[in-house]
Design a protein around this ligand. Structure first.
Ligand code: UD1
Length: 367
C-alpha cells in the first residue's frame, strides 16, 4: 500500500506527526507494509513556522519539498497544484492523505482526485458556516472530493451526512492534533520559555492571524485597542504571525506596553505558554482545541467556530467582535474560577492509530 501525505502549513505539522509515527509502528509489527512518502508543499517555510516543528515533533524529513511559499491564494494554490502533479504521476500512490483546511490541503486533493488517486481527509467535516473564510472553502471542497473522511467530533460527521457524504466513507476517529499534545505535554512542561521571556506572575496569551481579523486595518485596530485595555488587568504575551506583524507595521497600530510581542514560537514553548496561562485570546482553530484539553479558558475572537465541541464541552467561548464585548468577556473570565471543561470524545491520544488501522482495512478492497 502506497500513501503520499501532505504537510504544508504550521497547523498541518502536528497532525502529520502522529500519523507518520503510527505508520512506522504499524510497519514494525504488521502487514501490509505501508510505503509512506511525505511531501512538504513549502506553504510555510520559515524556521519558526516550519523546520522547528519537524525537529521538535520528530517528523521524518519530507521526502519531497515543493518549495512553494507565499503568494496570493490563487498563485499559491496553483503553484502547489503544478508542483504535486508530477510527484503523483511519478509515484502513483494508492492514496493521497491531506489534513486540515489550508491551501495545501485542497490544492493537492484536487490534483489527486483528477488523476484517479483516492483522497483521504483527516479532520473532515468541520464547518464554521462562514464562507468568507478561505479555510471554510478549503474544507467544503476537500470533503466533497474525498474518498475516506476522518472526523474529530460527532458534529463533523453530522455535517458530512447532511451534505450527502455516504456514511461508509466517514470514520469518527478522534483528534490527531490532540495525539501530539498528549504525547509532548510532559516535555513541553520542561520548556524554560517563561524564564526566557522573563514572565513573572499571571499572564494571558494572544494569537491573531485570520485574514478577516488582521487584513482589515479598522478591525485590527479595534482588536488591538481591546487587547490594550485587557492588558491593564493582565499582561499579555503575543507571538506574532508573519501576516499579522506585517499588518501591524504597515498601519502603525499602537500596542500597549503590557502587551509583549514575540516571534512565533516552537511547538513545545507555545504549549508551555498556553498551559500556564490564565487566559488565551485567539482566532486560531487549533488553539481552541488545545486550550480545551489543557483546561485553560479561551476567548475566541471570531463570530463562529468550526469546532463547536470546544464550546459545548471545553473551555472555549466565542466573543462578539466588538471592543467592549471583548474587554468585558476578558474581565469576566478573570474574575471567575476557571470553567472546568470535559474532554471531547476520543480526544485520547489514539486517533492516529485508529486511522491507520482503518486504512489497513481498506487496503486491497479497491475504491
Ligand atoms: C495559513 C492557513 C491558515 C492557518 C495558518 C497558520 C490557508 C488558507 N490558511 O494562513 O488556515 O491557520 O496558515 O499559520 O492556507 N509567511 C512567512 N513565513 C512562513 C509562512 C508564511 O513569512 O513561514 C508569510 C507569507 O509569505 C504570507 C503570510 O505569511 O505573506 C501568510 O501566509 P499564508 O501561507 O498565505 O497564509 P497564513 O495566513 O499563514
Amino acid at each position: 500500500m502506497k500513501l503520499i501525505s501532505v504537510a504544508g502549513a504550521r497547523p498541518n505539522f502536528m497532525k502529520i506527526a502522529p500519523l507518520a509515527d503510527a505508520i512506522i509502528a504499524h510497519n514494525a509489527t504488521s502487514s501490509p507494509f505501508i510505503e509512506h512518502i511525505l511531501v512538504h508543499t513549502g506553504q510555510h517555510y520559515d524556521r519558526q513556522m516550519s523546520d522547528l516543528f519537524f525537529k521538535e515533533l520528530g517528523i521524518p524529513e519530507p521526502d519531497i519539498n515543493l518549495g512553494v511559499g507565499g503568494g496570493s491564494h490563487a498563485v499559491q494554490t496553483a503553484e502547489i497544484m503544478k508542483g504535486i502533479e508530477p510527484v503523483l504521476l511519478e509515484h502513483r500512490p494508492d492514496y493521497l492523505l491531506v489534513v486540515g483546511d489550508v491551501n495545501s490541503t485542497i490544492a493537492c486533493a484536487l490534483v489527486a482526485v483528477k488523476l484517479g488517486i483516492r483522497v483521504i481527509h483527516v479532520e473532515a467535516g468541520l464547518r464554521s458556516g462562514d464562507r468568507g473564510m478561505p479555510e471554510e472553502i478549503n474544507r467544503v471542497l476537500t470533503d466533497a472530493i474525498s474518498d475516506i473522511l476522518f472526523t474529530t467530533e460527532s458534529g463533523a460527521t453530522e455535517n458530512l451526512l447532511r451534505e450527502g457524504v455516504s456514511a461508509d466513507k466517514i470514520h469518527f476517529t478522534g483528534n490527531v492534533m490532540i495525539d501530539t499534545l498528549l504525547a509532548h505535554r510532559a516535555r513541553a512542561e520542561q520548556s524554560d520559555i517563561l524564564q526566557r521571556l522573563g514572565v513573572v506572575g499571571e499572564y494571558g496569551v494572544v494569537t491573531l492571524h485570520r485574514p478577516s481579523n488582521v487584513d482589515d486595518p479598522g478591525q485590527l485596530a479595534m482588536l488591538v485597542a481591546a487587547l490594550n485595555e485587557v492588558s491593564v488587568d493582565l499582561p499579555l504575551l503575543f507571538p506574532v504571525h508573519p501576516r499579522t506583524r506585517s499588518r501591524l507595521e504597515e498601519h502603525s497600530i499602537r500596542i500597549a506596553e503590557r502587551i509583549r510581542l514575540v516571534e512565533p514560537l516552537g511547538y513545545l514553548d507555545f504549549l508551555k505558554l498556553q498551559s500556564s496561562a490564565r487566559l488565551v485570546m485567539t482566532d486560531s482553530g487549533g488553539i481552541q482545541e488545545e486550550t480545551t484539553v489543557l483546561g485553560v479558558p479561551c476567548l475566541t475572537l471570531r463570530d463562529s467556530t468550526e469546532r463547536p465541541v470546544t464550546v459545548t464541552h471545553g473551555t472555549n467561548r466565542l466573543v462578539p467582535l466588538v471592543r467592549e464585548s471583548i474587554v468585558a468577556a476578558a474581565r469576566r473570565t478573570l474574575s471567575q474560577e476557571p470553567i472546568k471543561g470535559r474532554m471531547p470524545e476520543l480526544w485520547d491520544g489514539g486517533a492516529a492509530e485508529r486511522i491507520v488501522a482503518i486504512l489497513v482495512n481498506y487496503a486491497g478492497k479497491g475504491p
